[in-house]
Design a protein around this ligand. Structure first.
Ligand code: NG6
Ligand code: CA
Length: 530
């Protein structure tokens, strides 16, 4: 019934949604989870029953894209609806980076706040905290937080599990703060007398690094960056997933009577992979497989909480990943040796960091019981860039003028009402090489990077000349058609150049020609603030 109601509303915009009709929205973003890492996407050597159940209750997309093949830029685009390539400071952020998304920008959380939603960011953040890099007071209250960009509540890891500070931050303050162990953080130099993985490898008792990760040691694991103090606030890696899941469950339970938006980012399956002891030995793929099982459990806990609170039919759940998979990402966790014939990258070439398809082709599941048709598969071309505009359409609110310039309303496709391809999707690799996919064609612009990152054993897709692939016949990107199809390649290269130039994007996807105003000329209302 709701499907008709909403479909009609979307078409006519005649009757506004009432507060009771506003659906909750939960966006679950896994970390480094590959297209082929879930059993509902064909994995056979690891089983993800909860995610599979979610997929069976909704739509599984096979041609969905993150905007970048690493975390910070990918998440930047997801939350702002603006391509990460437009901002130079969207590379992988340090744990003491200042906030990359600024208060004057509109985020997807702002969109939900416009309609009175309660909003939360939980888990891995990796978009900077505090106003300026390196000046955060980790012993007091941070001077800028996600509360300044639309999230009422946050419970976060500042960056990644392999980067200091190794503590959770809740609403601007360190969780379980230990006044006997004041926290100092530096990405420049070590603190006098503190051990490091490089100088004291004997202290790496839980996991040894394979490359990098040899600075401060926390919980017997070497990290990126230097940290002193923390005491009882320091996380135990084995408990990270449980802490994140518990925060998500708390948020759902305390907001069950009010529309909410929860941006839930797991640490799994990023390195260091050190899942809870209860998973030890449970996967033939070793720690990486155990981290996938743990991710699945987190998803199960969220689904169960929604079910127990009668919220399943009024909650739209989106599950995806920030970028493609990697086996050895810097720790001796045996992910590569135990991987065998498992294909985290699915049928695609490359992986995390790549311009090749496995870098950004991600799992993407949309479930909304009673509204979205169950058990469907959609091959429509979609991009995470559209979360912001699609959310605005869903809850019938406006995207402020000049905000989210690259986000389009693909809601009808995301809800399975049609299978229309987006006109194009754009992706950024680790060295900021751009690719553009349109229909069956994928163009990768020329770049000077290495063909393979040996430390992680991943082919990048970087080449000094343009590449063009026909993904319908060649999903593995082995046959470069640039010389035989120059007109097709040039067409895509021109779209890319247009997108880059002065921030003007022409997009005829939805039947009308949209010319997004230049950011600097745009005026917009002040963002909603509580
Ligand atoms: C790399 C790290 C890698 C991972 C990545 C970010 C080294 C040697 N490698 O620099 O382990 O942390 O950054 O991953 O330090 S992401 O998924 O958050 O983008
Ligand atoms: Ca990632």
């Amino acid at each position: 019934m709701k499907k008709h109601l909403l479909g009609g509303l979307l078409a006519s915009m005649a009757v506004p949604l009432s507060a009771q009709q506003l659906p909750n929205v939960v966006v679950i973003v896994a970390d480094d989870l590959g297209y082929g890492d879930l059993s509902c996407y064909g994995a056979t050597r690891v089983s993800t029953p909860n995610v599979d159940r979610l997929a069976a209750s909704g739509i599984r997309f096979t041609n969905a894209h993150a905007c970048a093949s690493t975390s910070t830029p990918s998440r930047y685009s997801l939350l702002t609806g603006e391509y990460c390539f437009r901002r130079k400071d969207t590379n992988i952020a340090a744990g003491n980076a200042g906030m990359i998304v600024r208060p004057e920008q509109t985020t997807v959380a702002d969109i939900f706040k416009q309609r009175g939603y309660a909003t939360a960011a939980i888990g891995k953040w990796h978009l900077g905290l505090g106003d300026k890099t390196g000046t955060q007071d980790w012993n007091g209250t941070l001077d800028m937080t996600p509360q300044d960009i639309g999230f009422d509540h946050h419970y976060l890891m500042a960056a990644t599990a392999d980067r200091v500070p190794c503590v959770f931050i809740e609403n601007g303050r360190v969780v379980n703060y230990d006044p006997t162990a004041p926290i100092s953080v530096s990405y420049a130099s070590n603190f006098a007398g503190e051990p490091t993985g490089a100088a004291n490898p004997e202290l790496l008792t839980k996991l040894k690094s394979s490359h990098g990760h040899n600075q401060s040691i926390v919980n017997g694991i070497g990290r990126i960056g230097y940290m002193k103090g923390g005491g009882k606030a320091l996380w135990r890696d084995e408990d990270i997933a449980d802490s994140i899941a518990a925060a998500a469950v708390r948020f759902i339970k305390s907001h069950k009577a009010h529309p909410f938006f929860m941006y839930l980012c797991t640490n799994d399956v990023h390195v260091p992979r050190m899942p809870h002891e209860r998973f030890r030995g449970k996967s033939e793929l070793g720690l990486r497989g155990e981290a996938i099982l743990q991710f699945d459990e987190t998803v199960g806990n969220v689904m169960k909480t929604l079910e127990e609170n009668g919220l399943t039919e009024n909650t739209l759940i989106i599950l995806t990943s920030d970028n493609g998979p990697v086996l050895d990402d810097g720790y001796q966790d045996q992910a590569a040796t135990l991987n065998g014939d498992h294909t985290p990258w699915g049928p695609f070439r490359g992986g995390k960091y790549s311009a090749f398809e496995a870098g950004t082709r991600v799992p993407f599941i949309v479930s909304w019981r009673g509204t979205v048709t169950a058990g469907e598969t959609s091959n429509a071309l979609i991009s995470q860039i559209d979360l912001l505009a699609g959310s605005a359409a869903l809850i019938e609110t406006q995207v402020p003028l000049g905000a989210a310039m690259d986000s389009r309303n693909s809601l009808e496709t995301w809800l399975g009402h049609n299978h229309d391809d987006r006109e194009f999707v754009v992706e950024m690799a680790a060295n900021r090489t751009l690719s553009l996919q349109s229909g069956r064609w994928k163009y990768i612009e020329p770049s000077n990077g290495v063909a393979k990152i040996n430390s992680v054993n991943i082919e990048t897709g970087y080449l000094s000349t343009p590449q063009l692939y026909d993904l319908s016949k060649d999903p593995g990107e082995t046959n470069n058609l640039y010389s035989s199809q120059p007109a097709e390649a040039d067409r895509l290269a021109i779209v890319l150049a247009e997108l880059r130039s002065a921030g003007i994007a022409k997009d005829t996807t939805y039947g009308c020609e949209l010319v997004t105003p230049k950011r600097e000329n745009a005026t917009r209302p002040a963002p909603y603030r509580k």
